[in-house]
Write a protein that binds this ligand. Structure first.
Ligand code: HEC
Ligand code: HEC
Ligand code: HEC
Length: 159
């Protein structure tokens, strides 16, 4: 019994002390336990875009997630059904922007955008990139809760 105890002290004790230090330093260098962008483990099931962001639109399309209309068990008001309407903003300097209502209204209700962020009128809002970078219009969500503005080509879709 004494021999076994000595063995434990000799080999296992140093290991128990050394192991956490090794793991910790690996974790710091992100060699182990690396969760992408420090996101919860459940997010690893979600599809990603080429740049590593969660592709929420693809997650719905593939049926991986199904957002609810409300956090209430029995919502008093149901969200409006998705609207299939693309709005194209032509630009002389950049590839045209295609704003897809469909993908947005899978998540959002009309009243999330109309009339406070956008008047429901094509070309009726004087949208410019400068204002978007300033946090208006598309910039109310893109860069905060939706994909960031640096991915120009996700909005300025080449045709
Ligand atoms: C994420 C924001 C957003 C949501 C949510 C949204 N819209 Fe829009 N909507 C827009 C934008 C942007 C435009 C274009 C405005 C512009 O051209 O300046 C637009 C334009 C419109 C137009 C004008 C089309 C035209 O040809 O003049 C209608 C009608 C409209 N939306 C209806 C709806 C309805 C109905 C819903 C809900 C089912 C909805 N929208 C949800 C952003 C949104
Ligand atoms: C009220 C919030 C909100 C506003 C305002 C908004 N978006 Fe979005 N947008 C979202 C969300 C949420 C998603 C889905 C999450 C993601 O892809 O990051 C999305 C996704 C998209 C996508 C990806 C669609 C796909 O098929 O992958 C495009 C393109 C886009 N938005 C363009 C725009 C443009 C252009 C405007 C301004 C005219 C705009 N959005 C305004 C919230 C918004
Ligand atoms: C969330 C969607 C979105 C993203 C991301 C985005 N843009 Fe835009 N951009 C727009 C919209 C909407 C317009 C307005 C189109 C119009 O002129 O009617 C616009 C217009 C422009 C214009 C035309 C001039 C102006 O100010 O209106 C330029 C240039 C431009 N964007 C450059 C960029 C660059 C560079 C990036 C990436 C760093 C970028 N955009 C990313 C939506 C986007």
């Amino acid at each position: 019994m004494n021999e076994v105890f000595k063995l434990i002290i000799r080999f296992y004790l140093p290991l128990i002390i050394v192991l956490p230090v090794v793991i910790e330093s690996c974790a710091k260098k992100e060699l182990v336990f690396k969760t992408v962008e420090n996101q919860p483990a459940a997010f690893s099931y979600l599809p990603r875009t080429e740049d590593g962001f969660i592709d929420w639109v693809a997650a719905i399309d593939r049926g991986i997630i199904k957002p609810r209309d409300s956090i209430e068990l029995k919502p008093t008001k149901l969200q409006s059904p998705p609207l299939n309407l693309d709005i194209v903003f032509d630009s002389r300097t950049m590839p045209a922007v295609t704003y897809p209502h469909y993908q947005h209204t899978q998540w959002l209700d009309c009243t999330n955008c109309h009339p406070k962020i956008f008047k429901a009128q094509k070309g009726g809002n004087g949208i410019t990139m400068e204002k978007i970078f300033g946090g208006e219009f598309c910039g109310r969500c893109h860069g905060t809760v939706a994909f960031p503005l640096k991915y120009c080509e996700r909005c300025h879709v080449k045709k």
